[in-house]
Design a protein around this ligand. Structure first.
Ligand code: SAH
Ligand code: SF4
Ligand code: F3S
Length: 443
């Protein structure tokens, strides 16, 4: 059997899809790149923004078309939209016979085998588990970068956010399981590990925690291999402890890059978002982090046009973005999500006003990103090579791309005939582009 996975959404979904692919391969199935060649198509979905139902509906329409409408093709919907819509998804396409919510990823391989052998049968699995369910690790070639889950769910209930509903309550994974998985991906060849969770600094602070704090977990993971790079996403500013900050000073292989979602700069908006920090506390945290690691590169998430946001309040977001000097940011227009508190707020901002704010914010970010990238020219750094650059520059050698410790995308030409994937190559940055850097190998 051939299978194809289509993934939307955050790195958790990307990680879940990779795990799933490994499991299905382990059962003798073959991964293919298009729905047309597949007997089984799995959609791993996201509902954090936009119109997820529409997106899933149109993706299912494309699958129906690409497979020539064959009913023998088994289609499954997993992830956050599956959790939200459940059995309703059967009506989206005659090919859908499996619905698996966010805590049910581990059941998908069995479900696929069962359904493949029973045409006409359907299965909808959307229950939440009480504890973090360990999944068997997929074996096989390891890419240079690995993602390791440390928790499931989120308890924060930011008023705009659907994640606590789609991913359920926070459940921490046992520290020993996290450390074991990190050790095995390093042994399999990974050179960089990103620890994943919706609110990583709250790791262990739930019923399923084993008493290990996030900072302690980080120390244990960093100690596994001092030459491996360690990162994490996503921290919540309100939960960053002094120990978490100090980790940037104490752990040399903890990368000097932090994605720290700010969401907004005005205190009234932050309060209505239920973020539980104000702009002063956020700025103080940024200062503390930079004291711990002076070269720390910070990036963030921002929402514009949250209900009731005034022009002055939006200006406060701009001021904070400048003040914190983010090297990059993801910014979004607020959108209503069903069941969230903010969706009941009455003072919604008109779409054209939201878009105008988004454009002004992104123009400021482009300026800051440009300054940050330009400031890197002339610096020495190390690139963990991930793949060939999609665009091959002229000149000698082959152009490869990877990331430096700051997470910046770097292109570097290397001699023909060598496969540098997974190698850490010392380079000097020679020029900056809009979203990437070019470098020369140091000999
Ligand atoms: N747990 C992470 C990721 C949450 S989702 C965190 O707390 O940051 C990723 C981003 O999507 C959020 O940071 C937020 O900026 C954005 N987002 C979430 N819900 C949204 C909504 N209803 N409208 C617009 N953006 C939203
Ligand atoms: Fe959503 Fe807030 Fe949890 Fe992030 S911390 S997942 S924004 S509720
Ligand atoms: Fe999307 Fe669910 Fe991740 S809503 S952002 S896939 S947690």
């Amino acid at each position: 059997m051939n299978f194809h996975i289509i993934t939307f959404g955050c790195q958790m979904n990307v990680a879940d899809s990779e795990w799933l692919a490994g499991m299905l391969e382990g059962r003798g199935m073959t991964r293919v790149g298009t729905a047309a060649e597949a007997d089984v198509v799995l959609l791993n979905t996201c509902s954090v923004r936009e119109k997820p139902e529409l997106k899933v509906r149109s993706a299912l329409g494309r699958v129906l078309q690409e497979t020539g409408g064959r009913r023998s093709v088994l289609v499954g919907v997993a992830g956050c939209v599956a959790q939200q819509l459940g059995e309703t998804l059967y009506s989206y396409s005659p090919q859908v016979r499996l619905v698996a919510g966010t805590d049910q990823t581990a059941s998908i391989p069995d479900a696929v085998e069962l359904l493949a052998g029973s045409p006409g049968r359907t299965l909808c699995l959307t229950g939440f588990t009480k504890t973090y369910h360990e999944r068997p690790q997929a074996k096989g070639a390891q890419s240079p970068t690995a993602f390791v889950n440390i928790m499931q769910g989120c308890d924060n209930f930011c008023t705009y956010c659907i994640v606590p509903f789609t991913r359920g309550r926070q459940k921490s994974r046992a520290a020993s399981a996290v450390v074991d998985e990190c050790r095995s991906v390093l042994e399999a060849g990974a050179r960089e590990i990103t620890l994943l969770g919706q609110n990583v600094n709250a790791y262990g602070k739930d019923k399923t925690g084993d008493g290990t704090s996030f900072a302690e977990l980080l120390r244990r993971v960093c100690a596994l291999d001092p030459t491996a790079r360690i990162r994490y996403v996503t921290p919540h500013p309100k939960d960053m402890t002094a120990e978490d900050v100090a980790a940037f000073a104490e752990l040399p292989n903890l990368c000097p890059r932090l994605h720290l979602p700010m969401q907004a700069g005005a205190d009234r908006v932050l309060k209505r978002m239920n973020r539980r920090y104000d702009h002063e506390r956020f700025a103080a945290l940024v200062d503390d982090l930079r004291r711990a690691r002076p070269d720390l590169a910070l990036s963030t998430d921002l929402i514009v046009g949250f209900p009731g946001e005034t022009e002055e309040e939006f200006q406060e977001t701009l001021a904070m973005v400048r003040r914190c000097g983010f090297m990059s940011s993801f910014s979004f227009c607020y959108s209503d999500r069903p069941g969230t508190r903010a969706s009941t707020f009455l003072d919604k901002i008109a779409a054209p006003v939201q878009l105008d704010r988004l454009q002004r914010l992104q123009a400021l970010q482009d300026e800051l990103t440009g300054e940050w990238l330009a400031g890197r020219v002339g610096q020495r750094t190390e690139v963990l090579v991930e793949q060939q650059s999609p665009k091959q520059g002229g000149g000698a050698g082959v152009s490869w791309q990877g990331r430096d410790p700051y997470g910046a995308l770097v292109h570097v030409a290397l001699a023909e005939g060598e496969n540098p994937v997974g190698q850490v190559v010392p380079v000097t940055i020679t020029s900056a582009f809009r979203h990437s850097l070019h470098a020369e190998r140091l000999v």
